[in-house]
Ligand binder design. Structure first.
Ligand code: APR
Length: 265
């Protein structure tokens, strides 16, 4: 293990453009369950996972009804968002802070995360692409313009009987979170591809790497790109796409890698 940590630190220092790809596993030590681990949200709530596959079609079929259900405390979609809504109260852990520090010292250029929890930004990371969107944000389904919670007074729109909310461009507004089956917004696809093609090192942390198209990013990396996994268990990339796996908790291993990097430089 120690030799893999040393090896990762040396590769990070030599890297011209290192990026990190992260998933739910990096936030479990903050108290947010992952999806497919033993205590995962989907593992524990198979119904919620089934429901999650229906939401996008419901939204497309009838955005007004989608929002009425979403804003109805008894609504089925609102329960799903109640679970997700709690996410905002959690705090980053040493894994998030280690990546933020690696950015600050110029080693890490970008983070592409599947997480909607905003913990990378809370930890101080600046260059973050939220591949599946962000909690507490909204997005125009047509022009992709993002709206913060303050910019969109949903209760007022509801009270005035003006649901669904519309963007000034005329498009319907939805939650920024990307639903199963929903295409990833163009600007996110372009930014992620740019980084996947530009990087010469990918540090992949806390993801089972089974959800596409995110899981295709490591496959897009150029020949010779060093791909290092930090994860609690082997993943769909291990022994296939990644060079090696450092197996364990991201909250423990990433600070160790950072420490080695700072000791070497
Ligand atoms: N440290 C390291 N690895 C961990 C830790 C930890 N503290 N906690 C969990 N893991 C690992 C698990 O063993 C698992 O391999 O992280 C991985 C998390 O995988 P998933 O639960 O599948 O989460 P993720 O890959 O992010 O899911 C992708 O699926 O449900 C959708 O939209 C959702 O963004 C999510 C996407």
């Amino acid at each position: 293990m120690e030799d893999l940590i040393q090896r990762a630190a040396e590769s990070l220092i030599k890297a011209r453009h290192a990026i990190a790809l992260t998933g739910a596993g990096i936030s479990t030590e903050s108290g947010i369950p992952d999806f497919r681990g033993p205590n995962g949200i989907w593992t524990k709530n198979p119904d919620a996972e089934m429901k999650a596959y229906e939401v996008y079609d419901q939204f497309k079929a009838d955005p007004k009804r989608y929002w009425e259900d979403r804003l109805d405390p008894q609504g089925s979609t609102s329960r799903l968002f109640a679970v997700l809504g709690e996410i905002g109260k959690f705090q980053p852990n040493p894994g998030h802070f280690a990546l933020a520090e690696l950015e600050k010292i110029g080693i890490l250029k970008y983070i592409i995360t599947q997480n909607v929890d905003g913990l990378h930004q809370k930890a101080g990371s600046k260059n973050v692409i939220e591949y599946h969107g962000g909690i507490n944000k909204f997005r125009c389904f047509v022009c992709n313009r993002r709206f913060s919670k303050d910019e969109l007074n949903l209760e007022k729109i509801k009270m005035e009987g003006k649901l669904p909310p519309y963007c000034p461009c005329g498009g319907v507004i939805k939650d920024d979170g990307v639903f199963f089956g929903e295409p990833i917004p163009n600007d996110v696809v372009e930014g992620s591809r740019r980084e996947a093609w530009k990087c010469d090192l990918m540090l992949i942390c806390g993801t089972s790497a089974v959800v596409y198209p995110f899981a295709s990013l490591p496959e897009m990396a150029n020949q010779g790109t060093i791909i290092i996994e930090v994860n609690g268990e082997p993943t769909a990339l291990t022994g296939r796409i990644s060079d090696y796996l450092i197996q364990g908790k991201t909250g423990e291993l990433l600070p160790k890698i950072l420490e080695r990097v700072t000791n070497i430089t």
